[in-house]
Design a protein around this ligand. Sequence first.
Ligand SMILES: [Zn+2]
Ligand SMILES: [Zn+2]
Length: 129
Amino acid sequence: MLVKVCQLCGKLAPVTYTCRQCKRQVCEACFKHEVHVCSECYSHLKQEMPLLTFPLKLFLLGFALVFVGMIFLIASSILGGNVETTTGIIIFVGPIPIILGSGPYSIFAILLATILAVLGVVFFLLLRK
Ligand SMILES: [Zn+2]
Ligand SMILES: [Zn+2]
């Protein structure tokens, strides 16, 4: 059996992972699975993008979209003067949007929520660069 050594901390590692940035073989503790880079490259990445804290940003974005969607729906219900309630809600679970809708115009609400969600994802991807 080949004994591997972590190229970052120098410890013996039963399993090593290859960093996609520097191609170093690192141990479990030195590897960031979410981004597939070693802890050293990860700290560099974080320095380059200090504003990006992954799940929090996405969560806030999803929350903002729900809020915007709500405003749209309230505004449309006031302007339309329709007594029947139409609801469209979009919830983000990680990168997956869950779209909920009810009422006679829910299809439009869902459509609006979907458009907002797509815009949100596009915006999010642009921010990552
Ligand atoms: Zn290590
Ligand atoms: Zn690396």
